[in-house]
Each structure stands twice: as C-alpha cells, then as structure tokens.
Ligand binder design. Sequence first.
Ligand code: LMR
Length: 438
Amino acid sequence: MGLSTAYSPAGSRLSPTPLGAHAARRRSVHLLLRPRRPGLAIVRCSVDAAKQVQDGPAVVAPKSEAEVGRKECFGVFCTTYDLKADDTTKSWKKLVNIAVSGAAGMISNHLLFKLASGEVFGQDQPIALKLLGSERSLQALEGVAMELEDSLYPLLREVSIGIDPYEVFEDVDWALLIGAKPRGPGMERAALLDINGQIFADQGKALNAVASRNVKVIVVGNPCNTNALICLKNAPNLPAKNFHALTRLDENRAKCQLALKAGVFYDKVSNMTIWGNHSTTQVPDFLNAKIDGRPVKEVVKDTKWLEEEFTKTVQKRGGVLIQKWGRSSAASTAVSIVDAIRSLVTPTPEGDWFSSGVYTTGNPYGIAEDIVFSMPCRSKGDGDYELVGDVEMDDFLWGRIKKSEAELLAEKKCVAHLTGEGNAFCDLPEDTMLPGEM
Ligand code: LMR
C-alpha cells in the first residue's frame, strides 16, 4: 500500500538563480513513500528538463494527481516548472542521470553538491540525482535531499531517493558506487570481501537489468578493485570496459608528495600512474611521472626516498588520515571522484594521462587478464578511455606491479562464488591491507 504525504518545503520563496528571472514555479509538492517490493520503500522525483529544452518557451500545465502519482518525487523537485526557456536553457544538454550509492555517507555529502553545482559535468549540463541508501539510512537520505532542495541549484532537475537498486538505477548514465561496509573489529578480510562482494554483485545485476546500456560505473567502496570486478561480472550485458575502481585519490596523493619533495606546486606534476590495487600494494610510478615536463628521477635524485618513503607514504596515506581524523578520507575522496569523472568527460591534455582501475582484458603491459587493475588511461572526453601504450618499465616497477597483481588474483579467488567462477578459495597474502588498515 502506498503512503502519500503532502510536504511543504520552503514556502513560496522564488529562486534568485539564473532561471529565477524566467521561471515561475507552481508548487505542487508531494512526498511519496511507496513500497515497490516487499520491505522496500522509494521516494522519487522528476522534472522533464530535456523536454523543456526541446519545446522552448512553454507554459507547463500543473500535473494531475494521476501524473504525479506515476512519477514519485522528492519535495520541491516535484514542482511543475512553468519555465520560459531563455537562451541559457536552450543551450542546455540532454539530462544526465546519475546514481550515487551510500548517498547518506560522508563522501557523498561532499560529492552530491559538487555534482549539482555543475562543476563536474559543466554549466550547460542538467542532471538528475538518484540516491541509493539502505533502510537504516532512509531518514538521513531525506535530509540530504532536503539540503539539495535548499541549495536551489539550477542544473539539478530531479532528485529521487530509494533503497532498491533496481528502482534507483533505472536508465542511469553514471553509477557512483560508494556505499560499502567498513571492516569491523576482528573481521577477517575474506569476510569483508564476501559481505561487500554481495552488495556489488546485487548492484551489478541491477545495473545489468535497468541502467543505460552505456552506463559508466565508478566503484569507490572498498576493496574497490575486486568489488568492481564482481560488479562487472554480474553485469554481462554491459561493456566491462565501462567499470572503474577509484584510484584517482592515490594519484592525487602521489602528485602531492612529489610536488612537496621537489618544492613545486602540484600542478607541475603530470603523467602520474598508480598501478594495481587500491591497497597497500599499490604502485605509485615515479619512473614515468614528470615534474615540469621532466622525468621525476631527473628532478628528485634521491632514489632511496622514491623507492621507500614516497612509495610507502602514498600507499599508507589513507591509514594515516584515519589516525588523524578518526574516520576515512571523505572530502578528498569526493574531489578525486570528481577528477575521475572529469578525466572521462574532457579530453586528456596532450602527452598526459590519468590513473583508473580498469578491466585488464587486452592490456599491453602483460598484466594478468580478467582482473581490475589501475593503469594509465587517456580519454577523448567522450566517457570512454584507452590505455597508454608507451610507458617505461624497469625491474623495480615490474616487481611491485607483480606483487599487486598477485594480491588481486588472490582476492579474485576469494570471491569466485560471486563472479560465477565456482567455489571460493581464500588464501590472501599476509600483508593484504586496504590503505586505511595499518
Ligand atoms: C583511503 O584511501 O583513504 C580509503 O580507501 C581508506 C579506507 O580504507 O577507507
């Protein structure tokens, strides 16, 4: 049985946004909680921005009760916009649907407002945010949606919240999968792989069933490489190439450390690859990175520092941060998700590249096939990427890469039951740890 509650947001306040001058908004606002599956509730919202752009200046009639009932929505986002499209709105692109899991968490709390502001996809790109939480976090999700309402972002055309991935992922163009369980006290890593693996197997199935056929997926929840592998294996009808594990935070951390050592601002550091797993075996590649266009080793002559201190600092930065903050990185993770998306939707600067954990099939480096491994990528800005061919290898780099590869192959065996590869057998290397564990 559906539960429908009239909900009155910020009264009759009119937005002073760029749209405000041209838009009179009818406030027909509803909050609908409608269980769609046993035990699942969803709150959704919709404003048809793309149609508004196509149709040009228009006076849109208020929605009938039946129409509102068909498309559930959150608060002010249920409003029927009486939008006179001006030059700005006519140049807007087609709406992009973005799902975010773990939407009531700290990382999302930074990320959602960046997405809504236009700093990620551009000031001509309206977006819909589809927030996935859990039954426990539903109240908090409503709080997040209320803050999004109160921010009056002109580009934010829809917000919906829910706990069923089959509902939330419908037609999404991007899925930013942040939600995962943290490793609790005394929990074996194999248990963590299993618990989180289940979440990503379910989400992979849901994406496979209902997402846009070209959805781009960025897995942030740890252990993100193996979670991304599980997710893509459960989504056989989607291109495996579209699945990423977030290692951009590690790339940013590595750039910062090299800049500090060289005494330059961090925008001078380029071509920074993180190879491998988002764990303490990750390999920040100082052989191919550049400072001010010069090989790092020409600028930083201290090889011992590069091999030992630099490498360890980057690998363990997440753990040191947890010690200081008492919780995992959130703001810098959100920034790195923004960077990761922007790297895919804007052309990579000539000669440079970025790191992302991607599916290894057909990689030119000789890394084991069929895992998700961070490698150097370039993009034309169309959401797709290609691997960078011309990178140097030496014994130190290759030795480290093999260690991270071995760890990922062992993790893969632990989750064989979730990837359709038979029985799981978990025998992880002793020192297998997330960056946050030390
Ligand atoms: C990070 O790199 O900051 C996080 O992945 C750490 C963690 O384990 O949560």
